[in-house]
Design a protein around this ligand. Sequence first.
Ligand code: AMP
Ligand code: GLY
Length: 424
Amino acid sequence: MKVLVIGGGGREHALAWKLAQGVRVQQVYVAPGNGGTARDPGLKNLPITDPGALADWAEREKVALTVVGPEAPLAAGLVDLFRGRSLRIFGPTRAAAQLESSKAFAKDFMARHGIPTARYAVFSDAAAAHAHIDGFGAPLVVKADGLAAGKGVVVAMTADEAHAAVDFMLGASAPGAVAGQARVVIEEFLAGEEASFIVLVDGRHVLALASSQDHKRIGDGDTGPNTGGMGAYSPAPVVTPNVHAKAMHEIILPTVAGMAKEGMAFSGFLYAGLMIDAQGRPKTVEFNARLGDPEAQPILMRLKSDLFEVLLHASDGTLDQVELQWDRRAALGVVVAAAGYPAAPRQGDAISGLPADSADTVVFHAGTTLADGQLRSSGGRVLCVTALGDSVRQAQQHAYDALGGIHFDGMQFRHDIGHRAIRR
Ligand code: AMP
Ligand code: GLY
């Protein structure tokens, strides 16, 4: 059978790599894919991005299943389009994807359903937002409403920073400012440790994936600007069985039930970003309507089940018939980013020294292109070197060993991925 993966990042390379292992899968196509999916003998890139053209192609080629990786096509309604043409696709509809695409929607939804999250208020008027900051005091978190690839969030430790963030997000040059539609969410600062809690949902049933944790800051010791994620590992020791049970019962299950009740049944990967306090109580920092990147890379390396069969069940509403099998080992992925990332990543640097993939180590590509046999960087996050090991520490050792020979000009990576798990 043919499978189509939409997207071209590290998460999509990992999805395609895992789907290609399916016993009934003959060919996995990745649209548009990247240099890594181009080189992988089990995968084929498809240079199509237009939604209608993708649906035409899937219909013509009798694709058995389409899986959407990134948030943008979900928010644009790709799943609605495919379903409207009776094409099997796994992912949330545009309405359900609002859990990620609109922070205001997500916060209001959580309030309606009693789902634990930071207290908040939504503003479109800058003066009202400034007054709120003065009344509440710092620390505070200011978030632009809408998809902002992690760049629309300012954790303000002082009131001045919060005021500046409001000016920036509601100012004349803010997206939506012209139409007067820019909105900010101002919320309570949550202290604790973050983890990524990602589940599979078929509209009604829920199957938890292995826990994971990523590292959002660019620099060692969690310093410097936020990024899409500089590395991740699975499992995350902070997600104890007790935290897991709380996350399922207080956050995930009420969310899935609430979305169904409101006529927006969620099917797809649902990602709850958790903040876990010192007492082990999780609160929802954010929802994503997709797998995490780079969390997907270590999670999928640990998945032993046939992902194609699992996602067929998920798109049929029969996830209750599935049990997932996991490798007991830990997995850890280190992102190698381009010079200038995250502000202004440089492109076009020649990449050399990639190790051969093995059963225990895989280099997933993100921002790479392959032309005339030469791999070059073409995005902010370029590679994610992912390895298994008997512990997080061993997986870390294997990943950094594999990374040792890789070179491109200006490459940057963190040297401490996994430090929180190892300290525990
Ligand atoms: P978000 O895009 O909502 O996930 O926010 C990006 C990052 O900002 C999160 O991963 C957290 O590290 C941080 N953050 C967001 N909201 C809060 C909050 N209420 N309290 C503390 N940190 C937060
Ligand atoms: N790594 C965080 C995310 O995928 O949103």
